[in-house]
Design a protein around this ligand. Structure first.
Ligand code: SF4
Length: 223
């Protein structure tokens, strides 16, 4: 069993959605927004050599490359490891950083840009004032564990379509609290996977759920 940020967020949103996605593994088509995000990400992976194409995604990537936001982060972007897969496991009761592919990993993730003391995630969606930093906080735990000499880590979401950023700095003193929160939040994923319960959470978010038609069948029957 392995926790990911997406799994934790999905479980918090709706247990039934988690059940469809991770227990029954019902295949779904990627949404338009997800397809766009993934295409922009793959263009940005090779930002030095953007090859011209007549697509919305190319325009977003090029616009970002010509922006002040890119200039501000240029050095970090060009000198960071890209799409770095990471893992965290438990050994002798302690959290230990590991590779993405490590079979003992209890948590896995992928970092868009990993610098010496910087973690960056590209976002294509709308800018959020009330940013949820959970994803990058957990990647920061990995980096603090990997490099115990680091005093601080800067984590940033770069909104490449809207050319804005949301950043935060974490200090080594924050690590204990970050780990406490991390363990509290991933635990329900393991509990749920052991004893899955198909419980719906009908909210306005259902209109955007990729399992809505599957879910509605149980509510609407054959009507
Ligand atoms: S449609 Fe709503 S209740 Fe059904 S799985 Fe999706 S989020 Fe949950």
């Amino acid at each position: 069993m392995i926790a990911t940020v997406s799994k934790v967020q999905c479980l918090n949103d709706c247990k039934r959605k988690f059940y469809f996605q991770y227990i029954e593994k019902i295949p779904v088509e990627q949404t338009k927004a997800l397809k766009k995000g993934s295409k922009v990400h793959s263009l940005l992976e090779n930002i030095e050599n953007l090859k011209e194409e007549n697509t919305e995604e190319f325009k977003i990537a090029l616009n970002f490359k010509n922006s002040d936001l890119f200039k501000k982060y240029e050095d970090v972007i060009l000198n960071s490891e890209r799409e770095k897969g990471i893992g965290i496991k438990i050994e002798a009761g302690k959290l230990v950083p590991c590779e993405f592919s490590d079979e003992k990993a209890i948590f896995r993730g992928r970092i868009d840009l990993l610098g010496k003391d910087t973690i960056i995630d590209y976002k294509t969606g709308k800018f959020k004032d009330n940013q949820d930093f959970t994803q990058l906080e957990w990647y920061a735990i990995w980096l603090f564990l990997k490099n115990p000499d680091l005093d601080k880590i800067k984590i940033s979401f770069l909104y490449v379509e809207h050319l804005k950023e949301n950043s935060k700095v974490y200090y080594k003193e924050n690590l204990k609290n970050l780990i406490k929160n991390f363990l509290e939040q991933i635990k329900p994923v393991f509990t749920f996977e052991r004893e899955p319960k198909n419980i719906p959470n009908r909210t306005w978010k259902c209109d955007y759920c990729q399992f809505k038609s599957e879910c509605d069948k149980d509510f609407l029957g054959d009507f």
